[in-house]
Write a protein that binds this ligand. Structure first.
Ligand code: 13P
Length: 336
């Protein structure tokens, strides 16, 4: 087994998943503004170190994705953030793209940037303790989008990123996110997501990326946020599995879904159903940002000194996600 394959499996196996705590400072500021907590370095650190020292880190969180600011921060006990994460047996990851910018040639769409100087930045992140990385491409759905240009430009960038990351001894998370915005049907989401994912694997092959040392982070197959389509967890699971079975080579060890704007409950119920129906060899787990942190953030915002209370909320959510990653979650386990 290659070292990279071992890292990927360590992150995803045994009902573990990923905590995506890599919100950029701008995004974290939006999240903190929403709960009326000032977004300064200390508050961002305090919330994150509260989560990273929770009990559930050991059993439920195989990896944490950080933003550049956080990987360099020291906790109040004197440990560096990566040390705190590693202390629970979890691995440190880092977002290495520099964000999605307007795509010249199709100005309603975006292209993710960050390839310039990436090899050097990766070396530094490795030294700081990172063992895996993330790069997110974003795609919109409408009758004319995603355009061929967006599909191929983002796939090319993702593949060049992945090759550089493997060269530096880390596992790349490949995240092509087809957004939920719009009134498209789930079938349309299936068609467009399939196109996006298959193009990514075409480019990954050209760039000689070892798929056994990667993690795919896709969206689930869902109707658009503004669509009136009524769809069950079971149908979502079926369409999502159909998409992944057709378009992901079997050498990929695991798939860690993003939550993408689903509620905590929706993201948990859908992942659970995917695992109940999983007839592939892929590990199917979570790499959630909002769907792991939302309730904890809301609770914490009322009293930022209530560390234990905040951790309890986070531990519950992480436990529910971990059960869902084994297909063993039930709505009756939720606290109302
Ligand atoms: P959400 O689960 O909130 O979509 O975040 C996951 C993520 O990392 C988006 O890039």
């Amino acid at each position: 087994m290659s070292e990279l394959n071992k890292i990927a499996l360590q992150i995803l196996s045994n009902g573990k998943g990923i905590l995506a705590a890599d919100e950029s400072t701008a995004t974290m500021t939006k999240r903190l503004d929403a709960v009326k907590v000032p977004s300064d370095q200390n508050n961002r650190l305090l919330f994150r170190q509260t989560l990273f020292s929770s009990l559930s880190m050991k059993e439920c969180i195989g990896g944490v994705i950080l933003y550049d600011e956080t990987i360099r921060q020291k906790t109040s006990t004197g440990k560096m953030i990566p040390e705190l994460i590693n202390a629970s047996g979890s691995l440190t990851g880092i977002k290495v793209d520099t964000g999605a910018k307007i795509l010249a040639g199709s100005k309603e769409e975006k292209i993710t940037e960050g390839l310039d100087g990436l090899r050097e930045r990766l070396k530094e992140y490795y030294k700081l303790g990172a063992r895996f990385t993330k790069w997110r491409g974003v795609y919109i759905i409408s009758d004319k989008y995603p355009s061929k240009l967006s599909v191929s430009a983002n796939a090319h960038a993702l593949a060049r990123y992945a090759a550089l990351v493997q060269e530096s001894g880390m596992v790349p998370i490949i995240e092509p996110e087809v957004l939920m915005n719009g009134n498209h049907t789930a079938k349309e989401c299936l068609t467009k997501t399939s196109e996006v994912i298959s193009k990514c694997f075409e480019e990954l092959e050209i760039n000689k990326v070892d798929l056994k040392g990667t993690i795919l982070k896709p969206n689930m197959i869902l109707p658009g946020k503004d669509s009136n389509e009524n769809i069950s967890n079971d149908e979502i699971a079926e369409l999502t599995l159909e998409c992944l079975k057709k378009n992901v080579p079997s050498s990929v060890p695991g798939i860690a879904f993003l939550s993408g704007g689903q509620t905590e409950l929706e993201a948990t119920a859908n992942l659970n159903q995917i695992n109940i129906k999983n007839n592939t060899d892929f590990i199917m787990t979570y790499s959630y940002g909002r769907a792991l942190q939302q309730s904890a953030l809301k609770f914490w915002s009322k009293d930022t000194n209530n560390i234990i209370g905040t951790q309890k909320i986070f531990d519950h959510r992480a436990k529910m996600c971990s059960l869902a990653a084994k297909g063993k979650w039930s709505k009756s386990f939720e606290i109302s």
